[in-house]
Design a protein around this ligand. Structure first.
Ligand SMILES: Cc1ncc(COP(=O)(O)O)c(C=O)c1O
Length: 388
């Protein structure tokens, strides 16, 4: 069994989540549950590969090797049932920067780009900062807090001149793992209305029991889809800046590659690719065990809140390690709630930034003891507020 209980040493390492607590939230001692990385260590197989590489004492310019590309294709096939050609891979150094490249490459200033809110906030940022027009297709929140897509609204908006749709799959922050039907319908609508589908699947490996991820690349719309994936969330290697675009269509691939060349955006990170290859070659058991551990953490959150703070309800977690908590019954908006929690000693993300002020986001990718301590802070603080 792998060890997820031992905390990684992070304070003083430049870790955003830990070292920016004071400057960003005014409480350098608060327990951090914000930035989406993990507070336990990366798989030993990944660490060994990096240490082995360091023994070679050289870190020069590199391109993706055949064994690297085979490892990525093997992972995509084994874990996600999608058979890809290694020629379809375009290396990138992070999903958000690549989204920015993609938006600027395939759309013109003023063009409409659709996102499904509430959603990971940099989606809106890359669209707006590129001078494109943001179109929102809001997700529907069910009585059980399970979200679904509003296909009527989606179709209407796609038909009204949208050029690109950015799908978040699995979805951060609402925790949905979109079904095959949902993904196929989305992909087909995009194809029908000539809207390029860009699917951010960075969380695709982090699946709760019984959930199966269906990649947009598998929806049969090969000429109209770009899938973005990375080992960063799954194996806690986000700082190594290694991600992969999977682009089945040669025309789209060439256009993006040429665009990146004109910007002098260079391909890949040497150590990132070493970590990625090791993770995708040796990381299956670790990934499965991590999913089991995260599910245990999610159950702890549900149990503690149900018992001590039933006013705060939790959206069902199907995928990702990010839990979406409904705080509307506190009577405060998400920013006010987060400020109170910061002062009390727990840093969460306010839902306002994702497009829903009635929720906060809790990252549960940490040792269980840390989560338990955080839940003490959260329940004591918010229960106190509710009594006032
Ligand atoms: C949906 C989603 N996309 C992208 C990212 C960030 O990816 P990167 O660090 O590769 O830019 C995150 C991180 O939280 C995310 O949740």
């Amino acid at each position: 069994m792998y060890d997820f209980d031992t905390p990684a040493l992070r304070t003083g390492t430049g870790a955003i989540k830990w070292d920016l607590r004071q400057s960003a939230f005014g409480n350098g001692d608060a327990l951090p549950f914000w930035v989406a990385d993990s507070d336990y260590m990366s798989p030993p197989e990944v660490v060994d590969a990096l240490q082995e590489a360091a023994k070679n004492c050289v870190f020069g310019y590199t391109v993706p090797t055949k064994s690297y590309k085979d490892a990525v294709a093997g992972w995509v096939s084994r874990r996600h049932g999608w058979e890809i050609d290694t020629d379809w891979l375009v290396p990138s150094t992070g999903i958000v920067s690549e989204l920015s490249n993609i938006v600027r490459c395939f759309t013109e200033p003023g063009d409409k780009v659709l996102i499904q809110t509430p959603v990971y906030d940099p989606f809106a940022g890359v669209v707006r900062d590129a001078g494109r027009t943001l179109v929102e297709n809001r997700l529907l929140c069910g009585g059980d807090l399970r979200y679904t897509m509003d296909f009527e609204d989606l179709e209407r908006k796609l038909a009204a001149g949208v050029k690109m749709m950015i799908l978040c799959s699995p979805h951060n922050p609402v925790g949905r793992v979109w079904t095959r039907e949902e993904v196929c319908r989305t992909a087909e609508l995009c194809e029908e209305y000539g809207v390029l589908l860009v699917s951010d699947e960075i969380h695709w490996d982090i699946l709760m029991p019984g959930r199966v991820h269906f990649s947009a690349g598998n929806a049969g719309t090969d000429g109209n889809v770009i899938v973005l994936c990375a080992p960063s969330k799954t194996f806690n290697v986000a700082g190594l800046k290694c991600s992969n675009d999977i682009i089945p269509d040669a025309g789209l691939r060439e256009k993006l590659t040429k665009w990146k060349e004109t910007l002098h955006v260079e391909g890949s990170n040497n150590l990132g690719m070493i970590a990625c290859e090791a993770a995708y070659t040796h990381g299956e058991r670790w990934c499965d065990e991590q999913n089991g551990y995260l599910w245990g953490n999610a159950e702890l959150v549900r149990a503690v809140l149900a018992q001590r703070l039933p006013e705060v309800r939790v959206a069902p977690l199907e995928g990702t390690y990010l839990m979406w908590l409904d705080i509307t019954k506190t009577g405060f908006g998400s920013r006010a709630v987060c400020e109170k929690l910061n002062r009390a000693g727990a840093i969460l993300n306010d839902g306002y930034r994702y497009g829903d002020d009635g929720f906060v986001r809790l990252n549960i990718a940490c040792p269980r003891a840390q989560l338990r301590a955080g839940l003490e802070v959260i329940t004591a603080c918010l229960a106190g507020e509710l009594k006032r």
